[in-house]
Design a protein around this ligand. Structure first.
Ligand code: THU
Length: 130
């Protein structure tokens, strides 16, 4: 799995930009995600919180559901931007795994990508389609 430095940088910049649209009145923790589909299109998402906390949608799932709704099914990479940088939560790892492996970039809210790994490394021995 490989992604050029230019493509990585663009994904990170897009995740950092959409992070500013996060709706996070409860946690105050804004997250942005940018998901690169094999089509070449990039889909963005920001976290959207809910007074009933379990209804909160993470940035990664917001990006993914937008992409799937647009007809995408194959993905190359996802960048996640947050203050201090984060790795996708368990639910997001599981949902992303539905569509196969991909590169995962964890970036800070500003500046260069901090960490690069793969979804299969983050969720080894995953439960997959039955
Ligand atoms: N959050 C994300 O959007 N993505 C992650 O990878 C981790 C957590 C959001 C959910 C919630 O709105 C806030 O961050 C605090 O957990």
């Amino acid at each position: 799995m490989d992604l050029s430095k230019a493509a990585q940088d663009e994904l990170v910049v897009r995740a950092q930009a959409v992070r500013l649209n996060a709706y996070c009145p409860y946690s105050g923790f804004a997250v942005g995600a940018a998901l690169l589909a094999e089509s070449g299109r990039i889909y963005e998402g920001a976290n959207c919180e809910c007074a009933s906390f379990g209804g909160t949608i993470c940035a990664e799932r917001a990006a993914l559901t937008g992409a799937v709704s647009a007809g995408e099914r194959s993905f190359t990479a996802i960048a996640v931007a947050a203050d201090g940088s984060v790795s996708p939560c368990g639910i997001c790892r599981q949902l992303l795994t539905e569509f196969g492996d991909m590169i995962v970039l964890s970036a800070s809210a500003q500046g260069e990508a901090k960490k690069i790994t793969t979804l299969s490394a983050l969720l080894p021995d995953a439960f997959v389609k039955f």
